[in-house]
Ligand binder design. Structure first.
Ligand code: LMR
Length: 396
């Protein structure tokens, strides 16, 4: 009976959006959910997306279903964006993309695939990680374990990470954030990625690279460096790619699960299983966002415009990072928060504790996740002084 159904708390990240909207304080500042905002506080639709949409309205012939793997043109272009246009894997049919409802859909498909087709394998997540990783893989029935990533001193601890991965059961899956780690913003250096790769090889682990922020860290190709390294060096790999942030397509739910297999035949086997799983999850994926992405990446002019727009977003976030550290300087806090300028992507693990986060919200209408994660992409140049002042007050 419904009488036995208990109420659970709302989602901690999406709930912040509602709380922010309901806050009447004109000084309110939303640093919660990971969406990019421009200087006026709006999440813009990129110009390239608008143009591709206009074209689509004119040329789209049907709304009939697309296939279980989605739009083949989208898959082809996205594979090139992620793996590199000249990738030998694409030439040899060793990698394929299945279109999914957003990056979350790709994660769910990956989780179900591991649970159904690789029985007995657990999955290991960074501590901390995106909270939905925790619940999503548990919902798939996977045993979820953790490896350390950022210590209590709010520093990346690669030695602890590697030591833990060396203890992971042979063959288990390990989730790695390909760039722009969510929630911390701490990335692995190329040298450390290579160290992780060695452990992955030695333990025969199956890496699942979550790639939701391509273009927001160091650049579109630079951010794909680890994905391309792993894809070249390992016979088997899963990559979840999201077009939410870099194409600004959030609500259109556009993403893909990319599989790299050892042979073209084995890739076809795996993809047949993915189609079966997807059919039972969402049947066929939504079309619009993927058609827009295919339209952009398949047109040299639109692609160049889009790449410029991504670069502008990236640079704005980078300058907000150093801007905040500068704004904290008059309060004597520039040293303490220097990491904000060197972290990458939308998020910063500020080091603020839950009590300080709560005070920011109650006393200053500044919203961030209780872990101390701030969405830097939600800041605005002219609000940095207010934010710095508020941080100084709660750090007293
Ligand atoms: C976030 O972490 O804020 C984003 O990935 C958006 C989401 O769905 O939580």
């Amino acid at each position: 009976h419904f009488a036995d159904v208990a109420r659970v708390p709302g989602d901690p990240i999406l709930g912040l959006m509602d709380a922010f909207r309901a806050d009447p304080n004109p000084a309110r500042l939303d640093l919660g959910v990971g969406v990019y905002k421009d200087a006026s506080g709006l999440t813009p639709i990129p110009r390239a997306v608008k143009l591709a949409e206009q074209r689509l309205i004119e040329t789209e012939q049907t709304k009939s279903y697309i296939g279980g793997h989605g739009d083949p043109a989208f898959a082809r272009h996205l594979l090139e964006l992620v793996l590199g246009a000249g990738s030998a894997l694409l030439h040899d049919d060793l990698a394929g993309a299945t279109q999914t409802p957003g990056g979350t859909g790709a994660l769910r498909l990956a989780g179900d695939f591991i649970a159904r087709n690789l029985p007995g394998r657990g999955i290991w997540l960074s501590d901390p990680t995106w909270p939905i990783h925790e619940t999503l893989f548990a919902t798939c029935g996977l045993k979820v374990g953790h490896y350390p990533y950022v210590g209590a001193d709010n520093r990346l601890d690669v030695d602890a990470m590697l030591a833990a991965l060396e203890q992971v059961p042979v063959g288990d899956a390990v989730l790695l954030h390909a760039c722009c780690h969510n929630p911390t913003g701490f990335n692995l250096s190329p040298r450390n990625w290579k160290r992780v790769l060695e452990v992955v090889k030695a333990r025969e682990l199956l890496p699942l690279l979550d790639f939701a922020y391509q273009g927001f860290g160091d650049g579109l190709d630079e951010d794909a460096w680890a994905v391309r390294l792993f894809a070249a060096e390992l016979p088997e790999l899963l990559v979840t790619s999201s077009c939410s942030k870099n194409f600004g397509l959030y609500r259109e739910r556009t993403g893909a699960l990319i599989v790299r297999a050892e042979t073209a035949d084995k890739l076809a086997d795996v993809r047949s299983q993915l189609a079966l799983l997807a059919r039972n999850l969402w049947s066929t994926p939504p079309s619009h966002g993927a058609a827009v992405v295919a339209g952009i990446l398949g047109d040299a002019e639109l692609k160049a415009l889009w790449a410029d727009e991504v670069e502008a977003m990236r640079q704005r976030v980078t300058s907000l990072r150093s801007g905040l550290v500068e704004a904290l300087r008059p309060h004597g806090l520039a040293e303490r928060f220097a990491h904000i300028a060197t972290q990458r992507g939308m998020f910063s693990y500020t080091g603020l504790n839950p009590t300080q986060v709560q005070r920011l919200r109650e006393e200053f209408s500044i919203y961030m996740v209780s872990s101390g994660r701030a969405n830097v992409a939600g800041m605005a140049e002219e609000r940095l002084a207010y934010l710095a002042e508020a941080i100084a007050r709660v750090c007293d």
